[in-house]
Design a protein around this ligand. Sequence first.
Ligand code: 173
Length: 316
Amino acid sequence: MKHLTLAALIAGLASTAVAEETLRGVTAFAAGTTFSRPFEAFVERVNETGQGVVQIEYVGGPEAVPTFELGNAVSAGIVDIANNTTAFYTNLLPIGDALHLATNTVQDQRANGCFDKIDAIHQEQMNVKFLARTGDHIQFHLYLTKPIDGTDLTGLTIRTTPVYNAMFEALGATLVRTAPGEVYTALERGTIDGYGWPVQGVMDLGWDEQTKYRVDPGFYQVDVNFLVNLDRWNGLSDEARAVLNDAALWTEARNADNIDINATEAGKQAEAGIETIAFDADTAASWLATAQSAGWATVEAVDADLAAELKACLVP
Ligand code: 173
């Protein structure tokens, strides 16, 4: 008995000496679906490698914090760490629209100074540490319930986010912004004729039931980022920050898996009956040219100098 008490006392002292930090984590995408998965693997990794130093309590997804509110929540420190895409926090970081225009990888961006620049912008404008970027190699597509035979989207009502706004608007579509959680119902009710979404995740969300076509080629590149409230980040020990940084690099190394996953997903879509509308070379070139010009025009309208700086390191 005496022994146990002493052991408990020592354990108690030890735990006050090295306080383990627990961060509350929330994802902007439904928990357990494609764009939450890298974050979920990261949480597991941190909870293994950070024992006694830093842990993440995974609170969940949009049922905990609505998709378009998560940026505010992590900025204000209501959430400590968020898995979020710039398209869901454009209100807080308008220049964030540049991130999906990247043609290089996050590893390139770390090497050429772009990552630090993006981190600094997040810290200044949003009070968050930009910890990691996932989604490399994954492109976005237009999905439809009715066919098109060229790039003209006039007369179609398309669900968008800031990722696709400029491009689809330039092509004549009527736009409706919704969180991913509202897409299925919008399709079912016929209030939209299609939606923008990456090549991955459609099956996961059950949208294949309501989708007839995917338009190829894809465009842009997914950015789903880990953001840490800056006050919380600055208050962590060096050791805790190192655990988080190491797990961030580990996660980013796994972005390369997306190349194979993309192919598997496209195969599953075909099996589920989603037909591909594959533009011929000239139409594809015009589709992609509109994507680029409309996308960069939006970013340039926010801040031309910063847009040029980012373009130099995102599209080298
Ligand atoms: O379509 C979307 O909701 C969107 O903008 C997005 C961004 C990154 C990954 C998945 C979807």
